[in-house]
Design a protein around this ligand. Structure first.
Ligand SMILES: [Zn+2]
Length: 219
């Protein structure tokens, strides 16, 4: 028993040593955004984000009419990384152009939904390419380049469906106003890329909606 306790204590000391060592080392390990080459992907444990909590805002809600889907056209990213770019490189005082960013496991977790400061404040985005849309559309950006480099991950797809479904119900946005960036009038762009599974997304939304209706009828 004594010997066992001794081993446990010894093991705890090692754990504390390793953990504190990590905390001391970590700040020095972070590299500037541009100098990151191949980073290892952030572990994607089962992501159980509560969508109501993610979308909660203390501000007076805007009258959202559209949902516009984007890709970042970059291999890596996160809300923080894009906010930094939009704020410091583009000089946009409101920072991150979108209302939500959905990670691909590079700088945020795979499928992680990150709301932006614009969402928190319920102010216009800077993503659609024209102010008419920016004022009334919720901008959602998936990290990745779906024109030249693959498609969204399964986690990203699931999170996108969950987020779009929640927002469209909450703000009564019809299916016809859930669009890809390239569908915005007068906007010449490939965003969110030819590999973005838009039809699959719409099919999923319709399935979820019909399941909900059926459930409601049965109650
Ligand atoms: Zn776009």
């Amino acid at each position: 028993m004594r010997k066992h306790e001794g081993i446990v204590r010894y093991a705890s000391l090692i754990t504390i040593g390793i953990t504190s060592g990590l905390f001391i080392t970590l700040p020095f390990m972070s590299l500037p955004f541009s100098s990151c080459t191949k980073t290892s992907h952030i572990e994607s444990h089962a992501l159980h984000q509560n969508i109501e909590e993610v979308c909660h805002t203390g501000a007076k809600e805007n009258k959202w009419q559209y949902i516009v889907i984007h890709h970042s056209a970059t291999e890596k990213g996160s809300a923080t990384a894009f906010d930094n770019y939009h704020r410091n490189k583009r000089g946009w005082e409101n920072g991150l152009a979108y209302h939500f960013v959905i990670g691909n496991g590079t700088y945020s977790r795979d499928g992680e939904i990150e709301p932006s400061d614009r969402w928190e404040r319920q102010i216009h985005g800077a993503h659609a390419g024209n102010m008419e849309y920016n004022r009334v559309s919720i901008g959602i950006c998936l990290v990745g380049d779906f024109e030249n480099d693959g498609a969204p991950t399964q986690h990203q797809f699931e999170s996108t469906a969950k987020l779009v479904q929640y927002l469209s119900r909450k703000y009564s946005i019809p299916m016809s106003k859930i669009i890809m960036h390239k569908q915005v009038a007068r906007k010449c762009t490939a965003c969110p890329g030819k590999n973005f599974p838009f039809e699959e997304l719409k099919t999923r939304l319709l399935q979820v909606a019909s399941k909900k209706d059926k459930h409601t009828r049965e109650l």
